[in-house]
Unconditional design. Structure first.
Length: 725
């Protein structure tokens, strides 16, 4: 008997076995790995993907038979290997990983286009000049009716009359996405020596064949994009059928990169992210699997596209935490990009001005080829960074900008240049509390504080999306007009800026003011065109943007990210502030950055001011090594949640009692999560720390198999966690 193991899109740990009917093989040839099939599951048929086909002499259980093979493309071998590896690495159901790879195919097809064409040699019963003009304009083509009427210079009624008479007929055509082939010689950029050497190394890595990882490490404004675009050009010159994937952490960055790709290659790449309409995503998926698309620019989920000749993956801003997916399937896009390249035998480029410590460690250890761009491109130079000690320059009560920063903004305005005020905190105020009883307003069934938004007049939970109008009475003690806004958000800073500089054109850039790609692009364009004098922004503005007139960056609260016990707090703060300050002086005007801080002696801030990244990295690496934390060790988190607090408590205790014996490994917890209540669900966490050479996934599998988790409790495994909430 021939049996097929089929991955189905359900949270089950392995593939399901089905009998392969002989008639199926006879009708369409042998079933193969990657084929899509319809299989019975209970009373319904469900789509699945064949992971293996094998012969067996019999079974102690009767297998259901595959219903049919679907008329959809076979997933390439590299995709199948990747989704199965990703499932094992993240301890996720392999069928759910396969479903992610099929997501584009499951989107609806674009609506077919209605066109008219001539029916044989039929002629109209009455040949008027208008009708004759329509037939001459149409010729032997098929055209949309409206376009045909315009081409012939007649009304739509003339075309309709010919259709009614049977001279013309309507046909429906499903448009196939057309992706022009990029021309590697269209508009080559003038590269400096470091850029040219890096491009050559990356291209040689691809042409040499096999897996080659690179770290493209360049200061802000050093021209990393030009370097990897030149490498892509050389790859395409050597193999016009090569496919390249460029991953970006934010949708807002895609348009600028797409424009640069169009300028360089004379053709637009495909886009793949949540802002792309589902019918278009289907067209991209089908073009990729057919080899009709060379370059894809997308979010982390683009890693699951069915490339058939993937030669190069670029992870731009590889340090960015947005590459970590926290909901649903939990994975890190950067790590999976390296794995996909290894499986495909391709090259992968991790590009950043502030690489993650894990990537730096791999480069220092010789695992990655380390390419460095040490200076800004052209005449631009790095900005001068100074620390403003708020103990000596304390802002006035209920204000947030110190006098030196105010003076610097005024001087910048007088020169006709732009200012970016950076505060990574959305809304008007992060906390609203009652000055009578001290109650802090939180979202219902969630421990998260409500953030005040003055633009909308509402209090918002940024974790769950809950919002409400600001109440007049304290919900705890009932006191009237007792609620006060505590601390600044970007809206509050902009309010202060408007009072100080009423003549300046100001704007706020955050995920609230630019919630989608279109509005973000519009705001970025206004800033680029010089229509904004002072931009108050969160981290949305600190990633990859190039504003030629921006010469001053003011960091309102440089200490913000250093608070709390997060493993990566110092690393993330250094990266974020280096990226934010790096927006200044990227063209022909020198830039500077002023960082307001209550702790100017902090190692992160002193390293930033001195421009000494190596000193910060060395100190941070030493701390990580002493504690055997990443990159010198490995972490995994287990998060339990349920509406039933007793069930969560019991499951957590059962897990604690069932920990297998293991060397060079510790388990911490269970403990309440910092956000112990989210959407009415109680949450517990356990944290596993292991030495780097310990098989962490094997330990987790053995551990979790010992405990039966009740259906009311959701268990999530997060390998290499980035969030500890």
């Amino acid at each position: 008997m021939k049996v097929a193991s089929v991955l189905i899109p359900l949270p089950v740990p392995e593939a399901f076995d089905y009998e392969v009917p002989e008639a199926l093989s006879l009708a369409n040839g042998d079933l193969a790995r990657g084929d899509q099939v319809a299989v019975p599951l209970g009373p319904r048929l469900i789509r699945g993907v064949v992971s293996e086909v094998f012969e067996t002499t019999g079974s102690n259980r009767r297998l259901k038979a595959i219903d049919s093979r679907l008329d959809d493309p076979t997933l390439p071998a590299g995709v199948m290997d990747f989704v199965e590896w990703a499932g094992r690495w993240t301890l996720s159901a392999p069928g759910e990983m396969a479903a992610t790879a099929l997501k584009g195919l499951r989107a609806p097809r674009p609506r077919p286009e209605r066109r008219v064409r001539r029916v044989g040699e039929r002629s109209p019963s009455r040949a008027t000049p208008a009708r004759t003009g329509v037939l001459e304009a149409l010729g032997d083509r098929a055209m949309p009716p409206a376009d045909l009427a315009r081409a012939a210079g007649v009304s739509s009624g003339v075309v309709k009359g010919l259709i009614d008479e049977g001279v013309l007929e309507i046909i429906e055509i499903t448009a196939e996405a057309a992706f022009d082939r990029p021309d590697p010689d269209h508009a080559p950029a003038a590269l400096n020596g470091d850029q040219a050497a890096s491009a050559t190394a990356m291209a040689d890595g691809v042409s040499g064949g096999g897996f080659r990882p690179f770290l493209l490490d360049g200061v802000t404004g050093s021209g990393k994009t030009e370097a990897y675009l030149e490498a892509i050009a050389r790859v395409l010159r050597a193999d016009p059928a090569a496919q390249i994937l460029i991953l970006l952490p934010e949708i807002a960055l895609t348009q600028a990169l797409i424009e640069r790709i169009m300028a360089r290659f004379g053709a637009a790449p495909a886009e793949w992210h949540s802002g792309v309409a589902p019918p278009r995503r289907r067209q991209v998926w089908e073009a990729v699997v057919a080899g009709r698309c060379n370059i894809v620019v997308g979010a982390r989920s683009a890693l699951f596209l069915p490339f058939i000749n993937l030669r190069l993956i670029v992870v731009d801003e590889e340090h960015d935490g947005s590459f970590k997916q926290e909901e649903g399937l939990v994975y890190h896009g950067r790590d999976l990009a390296v794995a996909r390249a290894r499986i495909e035998g391709a090259a992968v480029v991790l590009a950043s001005a502030t690489p993650s410590l894990e990537t730096l460690w791999n480069a220092q250890s010789g695992r990655y080829d380390w390419l460095r761009l040490g200076a800004r491109h052209g005449t631009a130079v790095l900005p001068n960074i100074a620390l403003l000690d708020l103990r000596q320059n304390t802002p006035d009560p209920q204000t947030w900008l110190s006098q030196p920063l105010r003076l610097a903004i005024g001087e910048t305005l007088a020169r006709g240049e732009q200012t970016l005020l950076f505060l990574n905190r959305r809304g008007y105020a992060p906390v609203v509390l009652c000055r009578v009883c001290g109650h802090r307003l939180t979202a219902p069934d969630t421990d998260s504080w409500l953030v005040e938004h003055r633009y909308t007049g509402r209090l918002v939970c940024h974790l769950t999306g809950f919002s409400m109008a600001r109440p007049k009475l304290c919900p705890s003690c009932g006191a009237e007009d007792s609620l006060v806004s505590v601390g600044p958000g970007v809206e509050r800073v902009e309010e202060e800026v408007r009072q100080l500089f009423p003549e300046a054109r100001t704007a706020v850039f955050s995920s609230d003011t630019a919630p989608d790609a279109r509005s973000a692009r519009a705001l970025i364009q206004k800033m680029t065109d010089g229509e904004i004098d002072i931009l108050v922004a969160t981290q949305a503005a600190a990633k990859g943007h190039n504003f030629p007139r921006l010469t001053l960056v003011g960091v309102v609260d440089a200490d913000l990210g250093l608070r709390g016990g997060d493993l990566r707090a110092a690393e993330r703060t250094y990266q974020l502030l280096a990226q934010a300050t790096g927006r200044a002086g990227r063209a022909d005007r020198p830039g500077r950055a002023l960082l307001q801080t209550w702790t100017p002696e902090h190692p992160v801030l002193t390293a930033l001011a001195a421009g000494d990244r190596d000193a910060f990295v060395e100190a941070e690496m030493a701390e990580r090594e002493a504690a055997s934390l990443p990159p010198y060790g490995r972490l995994a988190a287990i998060i339990l949640s349920s509406e039933n607090a007793a069930a969560v408590e019991k499951t957590a205790n059962d897990l604690a009692q069932a920990i297998p014996n293991a060397e060079r490994l510790e388990v911490y917890g269970p403990a309440d999560a910092p956000l112990a209540l989210v959407r009415g669900r109680r949450r517990k966490r356990l944290l596993v720390r292991a030495d780097r050479d310990v098989n962490l996934q094997a330990f987790l599998r053995a551990w979790l198999q010992r405990v039966k988790v009740p259906g009311s409790v959701r268990l999530t495994v997060d390998v290499d966690p980035y969030s500890f909430l």
